[in-house]
Design a binder for this molecule. Structure first.
Ligand SMILES: Cc1cc2nc3c(=O)[nH]c(=O)nc-3n(C[C@H](O)[C@H](O)[C@H](O)COP(=O)(O)OP(=O)(O)OC[C@H]3O[C@@H](n4cnc5c(N)ncnc54)[C@H](O)[C@@H]3O)c2cc1C
Length: 437
């Protein structure tokens, strides 16, 4: 009882620190490289992975008074969470929220809290998304989709090109229409992920970067010993938030975690005054994937390439606060290859110019690529791996993990603290697919 009371007092005082943090939490103060010095090597919960999934899990656990350490081999946000487009998906909660509604709409609420209540400048705004419709078939498909979604209480509407151009003047007037998803937003990937890590530290978590986990050993008294190249850590509960590297990290525990790296690549124009206000997409891929998502026993669904050949084009983009217009879309399974492919970038640029003709005349200033954690069945993998004691995972967030990571981390944190799996996580249960190696 005394312990619970002091834990509650502890949590309350940490919350006070957080709510008072306010405007101090400017981007310039966010940690880029956090030292392992002074970190306690013996903790209750150890999280591996400093992307948005791990950083959010650490924040929500620490805020609930848990003793947490996060290990990251590079810097916070050095992989997919820092390299993505910054789009926040979903169509709101709907009348009967499922897992995807929870992790998309819930994450938007968490972004609002971080930006508006805790004072982090994450460049978050609820911009909405416009998805361009190019053909009659796509139009019919989306007419059905929008009707179905609206009946389910989701916030989405079909616009004529004229209506779309009233809110996005650079949108192509020659297309058939646009799907307007009002509950979608955008934020800066690096600033956001580092904000979660910083908020975790403010709530009492320890964060050690430059800590590459090389082996994991279960301890006879329970818990785990986690070795990096320079230190050994021990914990009661271990959380894997290692994104596209869940496969190799799972192997350290003798487990097969069916997550594969999928390369996403992007390009940016020079900075220019604001011309693009929404996040931008195209209906081409979602329509094609609704007919055939291309998956098989070893290939996740919804990729743009199969067996080194393009099967479809995919598009997402926006204009950043610094003025760069950025677009991307390709999803190719190539192992751990992070080198952008110029041909794919040109195809994507042509696709972008069909929707926002302005970009056809803008030179490409830089390109980059990152690795997305695609689960083989396409669904998130969040929860307890019951093949081992006290082992959790929050991953498999595929191409939408930036917009889904914050709430995924909160749901994982709630599960770890309470020992209770909320019903909505049933769809994400790791036991459906994680096996002995
Ligand atoms: C080009 C591109 C565009 C995208 N656009 C969007 C978008 O607009 N919206 C959206 O929602 N999503 C988008 N995504 C997907 C999104 O970025 C990912 O789903 C999300 O960032 C995954 O987060 P994560 O924390 O699971 O993984 P990561 O961010 O990859 O983090 C995992 C971390 O684990 C660390 N790690 C791995 N192994 C070890 C080890 N042995 N020891 C210590 N640390 C280790 C890694 O260094 C890494 O930092 C995009 C991705 C890409 C590549």
């Amino acid at each position: 009882m005394t312990n619970r009371k002091s834990a509650q007092q502890n949590t309350t005082s940490r919350r006070r620190v957080l709510s008072g943090f306010g405007a101090l939490a400017t981007a310039s103060l966010l940690p880029q490289r956090l030292s392992a010095q002074g970190v306690n090597n013996d903790v209750d919960v150890l999280i591996i992975g400093g992307g948005i999934a791990g950083a959010s899990t650490a924040f929500h656990l620490a805020e609930q008074g848990q003793d947490v350490l996060l290990l990251e081999r590079g810097e916070i946000a050095s992989e997919a969470s820092g390299q993505n487009m910054g789009g926040l998906g979903g169509n709101g909660w709907g009348n009967n929220p499922n897992l995807l509604s929870y992790i998309t709409a819930g994450s938007v609420e968490i972004f609002k809290r971080m930006q508006l209540d805790l004072g982090y400048d994450m460049e978050f705004r609820l911009s909405g998304t416009l998805t361009a419709i190019h053909t009659e078939e796509q139009f019919e498909y989306y007419q059905d989709q929008v009707t179905r979604l609206r009946a389910g209480g989701y916030q989405v509407e079909l616009l004529t090109p004229r209506e779309a151009r009233a809110i996005e003047p650079e949108a192509n007037s020659e297309l058939l229409g646009y799907v307007h998803a009002t509950e979608r937003g955008q934020a800066d990937p690096v600033k956001s992920t580092r904000a979660f890590a910083h908020a975790a530290e403010m709530a009492g978590a320890s964060i050690a970067t430059g800590q590459n986990v090389t082996s994991i050993t279960p301890l006879s008294r329970g818990g785990y010993s986690v070795q990096t190249e320079s230190a050994e850590y021990r914990c009661q509960t271990l959380v894997l938030a290692t994104g596209a590297w869940c496969g190799p990290v799972g192997e350290m525990l003798g487990l097969k975690i069916p997550i594969v790296p999928v390369r996403g690549q992007m390009w940016a124009t020079d900075s220019m005054p604001m011309r693009v206000f929404h996040t931008i997409g195209s209906a081409e891929s979602s329509y094609a994937w609704s007919k055939d998502n291309g998956s098989d026993a070893v290939t996740p669904p919804n990729l743009t390439h199969k067996n080194n050949r393009r099967v479809i084009r995919h598009l997402y983009g926006r204009q950043r606060k610094n003025g760069e217009i950025i677009f991307g879309g390709d999803r190719e399974s190539l192992g751990y290859n992070k080198t952008p492919n110029p041909d794919g970038i040109e195809v994507n640029r042509g696709h972008a110019a069909e929707v926002i003709p302005l970009v056809a005349s803008l030179p490409i200033k830089r390109t980059w690529a990152g690795l997305m954690p695609f689960s083989i069945d396409g669904a998130p993998i969040i929860g307890k791996i019951s093949l081992r004691d006290n082992l959790f995972i929050v991953s498999g967030l595929s191409s939408s993990g930036f917009g889904r990571g914050p709430m995924s981390g909160k749901l994982a944190a709630d599960f770890i603290r309470t020992g209770h799996m909320t019903h909505v996580l049933t769809e994400a249960d790791p036991d459906r697919c994680v096996t002995e190696a």
